[in-house]
Design a protein around this ligand. Structure first.
Ligand code: PEP
Ligand code: MN
Length: 291
């Protein structure tokens, strides 16, 4: 069993910025904020960071195969849900603490960092013991108690945009974390609900340059949840990198047809290798690089 991560120091709340400005804004500080993980990984620097892995941790074999695949393709951060916020209470809800342990030991073995979702304020200390980055999901973007707890944990936070939330609402949600004295927030565009049904969610590609212009925070694109279909993930990922995203969050499963969660949008091993190669070319075209 791998040991949990050392807990970083507690934060202390910061005072409110002058009227109308946000702690995330470039008005307060024009420099890009880079999130530095203990493993030497930087989110928001010149390198485009790939975070990839299954939607949900299902069992050791599935997780290890997925992790080896994404690591070989250049992903430096392993993703995987141990606590799943499912639309139906009858769907697979995740392995909980057992899933956290599996994620930590697999990431450690491969020299990767790890991001996983936390769905309830009372779970934050536990998840923060295992994860390098706490993911706050789209359905919880406006769960302000959860945001504050995540802020207090001093772990970096990957904050997803709500399905029906504006960019301003996303930025205000991020302030709940920042106001706790935790500067490490990455903003994630993952598609919003519109009248269009051809995609699972409509990817708001314009949100990427807007967030980059207005804030100093790194911007992450999750093409998988917007696409809802594996064949759309690559094109959306490439568009996002061209538009200025600093990182990608991609769902990968060793056998997508057997996935317990989000199989239709999950890439298989060969598809991920292809995506990584193509993203590398787009990154070079916009003067960035992949790992
Ligand atoms: C996920 O990343 O698996 C997830 C549940 O994403 P979202 O919160 O964007 O729906
Ligand atoms: Mn998912």
């Amino acid at each position: 069993m791998s040991s949990a991560l050392d807990r970083p120091q507690q934060t202390s709340p910061v005072s409110a910025p002058p009227d109308g400005t946000l702690l995330s804004s470039r008005e307060l500080d024009p420099t890009d904020h880079v999130i530095r993980l203990s493993s030497g990984i930087e989110i928001g620097g010149r390198e485009i960071v790939l975070m990839a892995g299954p939607c949900a941790v299902e069992d050791v074999d599935q997780l290890v195969l997925a992790a080896e695949t994404v690591s070989a393709g250049g992903a430096r951060i392993l993703r995987g849900g141990a606590y799943k916020p499912r639309s139906s209470p009858y769907s697979f809800q995740g392995l909980g603490r057992r899933g956290l342990l599996m994620l930590r030991s697999t990431a450690d073995r491969l020299g990767m960092a790890m991001v996983t979702e936390v769905v309830a304020p009372e779970d934050v200390p536990l998840v923060a013991d295992y994860a390098d980055i706490l993911q706050i999901g789209a359905r919880n973007m406006a769960n302000y108690r959860l945001l504050e707890e995540a802020g207090r944990s001093m772990r970096p936070v990957l904050l997803k945009r709500g399905l029906g939330s504006t960019i301003d609402e996303l930025l205000l949600a991020a302030e709940y974390v920042l106001a706790q004295g935790n500067p490490d927030v990455a903003l994630c565009e993952r598609g919003i609900r519109t009248f269009e049904t051809a995609m699972r969610f409509t990817l708001d590609i314009g949100a990427i340059p807007i967030l980059k212009q207005r804030t100093r925070l790194p911007v992450v694109l999750d093409p998988s949840h917007a696409a809802g279909a594996a064949e759309l993930v690559g094109p959306l990922a490439r568009a996002g990198i061209a538009a200025g995203a600093d990182a990608l969050l991609v769902e990968v499963h060793p056998n997508p047809r057997e996935a317990l969660c989000d199989g239709a949008q999950s890439l298989g091993p060969r598809q991920f290798a292809q995506l990584a190669k193509e993203v590398g070319r787009v990154a070079a075209a916009v003067d960035r690089r992949t790992g």
